[in-house]
Design a protein. Structure first.
Length: 401
């Protein structure tokens, strides 16, 4: 594919996107600019999809040879539970259960423990680093605003659903064949294929401008937000990982990415290569637009609509300002301004660094202290998940045919 054949969103806002992704530029070693080979793969990725899931979606939507009920049964009970399972469904689950030879279950378990130990910082980084930062890539955002599930009062629920999936992936055994992380990741994978089918064939989506509705470029960027930049942002807040733990975290997300249909080319097996990839994706993404502004406003204003048991009005304002302080520090002032989100001084992250330095670099250096931090972090994850929806556990929504 030539540069001219690429969707017009690619490098459309080069100067602007370079400013937004500037915090990652120092990590794009040895030279920040993409090579011609890297640029070619980025352009092609905008028009590449998860083909096995697209084929299954067509079998369900067009050919009617597979039903969603059969998919759900195979997902939760195994393909042998489906009487006279169609070949398309059998092939799909054979692929999913043919675990790549590089997958190391011990590394996945270590990565999950390291992530859970981050505790309350997890939700902050996922919201104000990963989700909010992703809105600076406006390419796929019409899909999110079109569903309405990340705007208005539904924003908190959608964030909680993402948290349910995240927790399922990092829990012990969560990525085993019938673990919650495995089943939710495959569920979301087919959901993405249904979204891609709908927007490509049933709407006026312009792939020559934005690329395919669900494409490998955006999927790689999203995976990077949950893995590479998540590690970077939690470290900015003072969370400490050993080299072995950081590698294990990336290994875990590589397997999640594989389960969700991300091409192995884009899996961040190594930290430096992953940061370089994220810089190139950010620098070539289209600038924030009106969809970015709608989604960003809804996200940062979630605390203003959250109920607190004590000092409700004061807590709402505090949490709102705390989130803005986090966003400005994690993303940088230029990225926050591009989203039309208020910029704030780093008052909260500075205090958080002090707390986390004591926790992870003093207490956590002792075996008993590290066990204590593990229990504390896991308890905080559980409490935060329930707090967002006032005690309700969020379920990932079903696929609608």
């Amino acid at each position: 594919m030539t540069t001219e054949a690429a969707p017009t969103r690619y490098m459309r806002d080069r100067a602007h996107s370079a400013r937004i992704s500037a915090p990652l530029r120092p990590f794009a070693w040895p030279a920040p600019d993409a090579t011609e080979e890297e640029a070619t793969h980025l352009r092609r990725a905008l028009l590449e999809r998860d083909e096995p899931s697209a084929a299954l979606a067509r079998a369900i939507r067009e050919d009617r040879t597979v039903t969603l009920a059969q998919f759900r049964l195979a997902l939760h009970e195994g393909i042998d539970a489906v009487v006279d399972a169609p070949d398309e469904l059998r092939d799909y689950f054979r692929m999913l259960e043919d675990t790549p030879a590089w997958v190391d279950r011990d590394k996945i378990a270590l990565g999950g423990r390291a992530l859970r130990r981050a505790g309350s910082d997890v939700g902050d980084v996922l919201a104000y680093g990963s989700l909010l930062g992703g809105y600076n890539n406006s390419g796929p955002l019409p899909i999110l605003t079109g569903t309405g599930r990340l705007t208005g009062a539904r924003t908190a629920r959608r964030i909680a659903e993402t948290g349910t999936w995240w927790n399922g992936c990092v829990t012990d055994g969560g990525l085993d064949r019938f673990g919650e992380g495995f089943t939710l990741s495959v569920h979301v994978r087919l959901m993405h294929a249904f979204v891609d089918y709908h927007y490509e064939y049933e709407t006026d989506w312009d792939s020559s401008d934005r690329g395919l509705p669900i494409n490998q470029f955006d999927q790689a960027g999203t995976l990077g937000l949950f893995s590479i930049t998540f590690l970077l942002h939690t470290r900015i807040l003072g969370v400490r990982y050993t080299r072995e733990e950081a590698d294990a975290v990336l290994h875990l997300w590589c397997y999640v990415g594989w389960l969700m249909g991300v091409d192995p080319r884009w899996l961040p097996f190594e930290q430096r290569a992953g940061l370089r990839m994220m810089y190139h994706i950010g620098a070539s993404a289209p600038a924030a637009d009106e969809h970015s502004h709608i989604l960003s406003k809804a996200l940062v204003e979630v605390p203003l609509h959250t109920k607190f048991s004590r000092f409700d009005k004061l807590r709402r304002q505090y949490e709102y300002e705390r989130g803005l302080s986090l966003a400005t520090t994690l993303l940088g002032p230029a990225a926050v301004r591009a989203l039309e989100v208020p910029v704030r001084p780093p008052w909260y992250p500075v205090g958080r660094v002090v707390v986390n330095t004591v926790k992870h670099r003093v207490i956590g250096r002792f075996p008993a202290g590290k066990r204590y931090l593990q229990r504390l972090g896991e308890r905080q994850l559980t409490e935060n998940a329930l707090r967002l929806l006032d005690g309700e556990h969020a379920e990932v929504p079903p696929i609608s045919g």
